[in-house]
Structure formats: C-alpha cells, structure tokens
Design a protein around this ligand. Structure first.
Ligand code: G
Ligand code: G
Ligand code: MN
Ligand code: NA
Length: 252
C-alpha cells in the first residue's frame, strides 16, 4: 500500500466525494446545517476512511489541495441547495493545521467564497485545538481575518484532547462542538452528564452556540434538548449522506 503516493493523484482521478451529515436545530426541530465529510474511494483498496487517510494527507502535505477541493466542492453544492429553497442551510467544513500554515490561507478561503458566490454567514469552519496548540498568536490573527470575511468559527471535538479552557479566552469562537465520547456516556455515567451540562452552560455564558455530536439514541437527544443544546448531530438522525440521498430526503 502506498496511500501517501496515491493521495497525490486522488483529486485528478476523481476518487474523492463528499458526504453531508444533517445537523438538527433543537428549537426548530429541523435540519439547519450539514457537515461536509470527505470520502476516498481507492481503485484497489476500496473505501478508505478519513480517520486513516487524513493523517497521512496531513503528513505529506496533500491535505492542502485536498482541503481546498473539499471547501470549493461543498460551497458549490450547498449553494445549489440554498438556491433550490433550503435558503438558510449552513455548511460546516473541517480544517487541518497544515492548511492554516499556508501563507495564502485566508486568501484561498476568500477566493472560494467569491468563485462560488457563497454567503460567508452560512459557512462554519471547524477547527480543533491542535491548531491553537501550535503558534497561538499567528493562529489568532488568522482566525480574526476569517471572522472579518464573515464566516463562523467552530471549536470541534471539545473535551477530546487537552481542551484547555484558555483556548476559549484566546479567541471568540462562534460555536462549540462537544466531542461524541461525552454524549455517548451521558445516560450511563453521571459524571459525563454533569460535564455535558456544565460545558453547555459554560458555552452559553461565553455566547457560544453548542453542537452535540455522536447523538445515537432518543434518550441522548432528550437529555440535550432539556439542557438547552442548540444543535444535535449523529446517527440517531442521520448518517453522513451522499448528495443523491440528501437531495431525495431533504430537497423537495
Ligand atoms: O467521517 P468520519 O467520521 O469517518 O471522519 C473521521 C475524521 O475525519 C473526523 O475527525 C473528521 O473531522 C475528519 N474529516 C472528515 N472530512 C474531513 C475534511 O474534509 N478535512 C479534514 N481536515 N478532516 C476531515
Ligand atoms: O471529528 P469530527 O467531528 O469532524 O467527526 C465527524 C465524524 O463523526 C464523521 O466521520 C461521522 O461519520 C462521525 N459521526 C457522526 N455521527 C456519529 C454518531 O452518531 N456516532 C458515531 N460513532 N460517529 C458519528
Ligand atoms: Mn467536525
Ligand atoms: Na468532532
């Protein structure tokens, strides 16, 4: 297997596609956003999960063109859904540290928005704390430039790693995504329930909206609604969907 090498040609060989996982607004009880999740269909190996190839792609730098491809393709796609009546659908896209390190990173985002005539208010960029662990000052400057473009910034996988609370004071995020490991234990473990409840309250005091990921049961969903969580994502509502499936189910 030479996945690292194969990643260099995967875009031009049309081996990537994007799945869209619906995210539900708990107040409105309807789909308000989608997370773009990259998929790789390798010609010999079959489907390879992003958990496997994203780290390789971050190592050899191919995440830079691949990340731009994801953003461009997803903006183009979601713009179409907005025009077909899903006018306030928000797109969430994951970003890697390597992309942040590119000199023209903010310019790249601005260009994609312009080329796809995508409303920046309807784009949320998901970053993980690993980005803030690098060069904090420079990162915060970039995040502020992104905010000036009008896009929203979300702190993904919160609680999974070190999750220093100081990250929340370093920069004004718009959204906090609670890692699925807490959601999955919320009904079995009182400590996880207390943590989720407390993180939601903390986020609200900091004027952040909260997304719970990995919601797999109705009981978990009810717990989150009772705790004023704004958005929920997980297999209980929907798996990540190929374009055709999303359109069939949600674009009437
Ligand atoms: O879809 P799945 O749960 O298998 O994704 C596994 C991991 O891959 C998740 O942490 C997700 O954030 C990451 N991932 C999926 N698509 C992208 C992408 O387009 N860019 C980056 N940087 N990460 C992605
Ligand atoms: O790290 P990130 O939040 O980007 O990860 C998103 C990943 O989580 C996607 O690859 C998606 O397939 C996965 N995912 C989404 N909903 C659920 C769920 O309810 N349970 C589990 N185990 N994984 C989920
Ligand atoms: Mn994510
Ligand atoms: Na996450």
């Amino acid at each position: 297997r030479k996945l690292a090498e194969d990643l260099k040609y995967a875009i031009e060989n049309h081996q990537f596609f994007i799945c869209y996982q619906p995210i539900i607004n708990t107040m409105k009880n309807k789909v308000c956003s989608v997370e773009a999740l990259l998929r790789w269909k390798h010609p010999f190996e079959g489907m390879i999960s992003p958990g496997e190839f994203i780290p390789i792609s971050e190592d050899n730098g191919t995440i830079v063109p691949i990340g731009e491809w994801v953003l461009r393709s997803a903006c183009f796609q979601v713009k179409q859904w907005q025009q077909r009546g899903f006018y306030d659908l928000v797109l969430k896209v994951n970003l890697s540290v390597r992309q942040f390190e590119q000199e023209n990173f903010v310019e790249m985002i601005a260009n994609v928005l312009k080329d796809t005539s995508y409303n920046p208010q309807l784009l949320e960029l998901e970053i993980t704390e690993s980005i803030l662990m690098q060069n904090t000052e420079q990162t915060i400057e970039i995040l502020n430039k992104l905010k000036k473009l009008g896009v929203k910034i979300s702190l993904d996988d919160f609680g999974k790693g070190f999750s220093s609370l100081s990250y929340l004071t370093d920069f004004s995020f718009d959204v906090l995504k609670i890692d699925r490991s807490f959601i999955q234990k919320v009904l079995i473990d009182e400590k996880s329930a207390a943590i989720v409840n407390t993180v939601i309250n903390l986020a609200h005091q900091l004027n952040l909206r909260v997304v719970a990921e990995g919601v797999e049961t109705e009981e978990q969903f009810k717990f989150l609604v009772n705790n004023q969580c704004e958005e929920v994502q997980g297999f209980f509502f929907s798996h990540p969907l190929p374009v055709e499936d999303f359109e069939r189910l949600y674009c009437t």
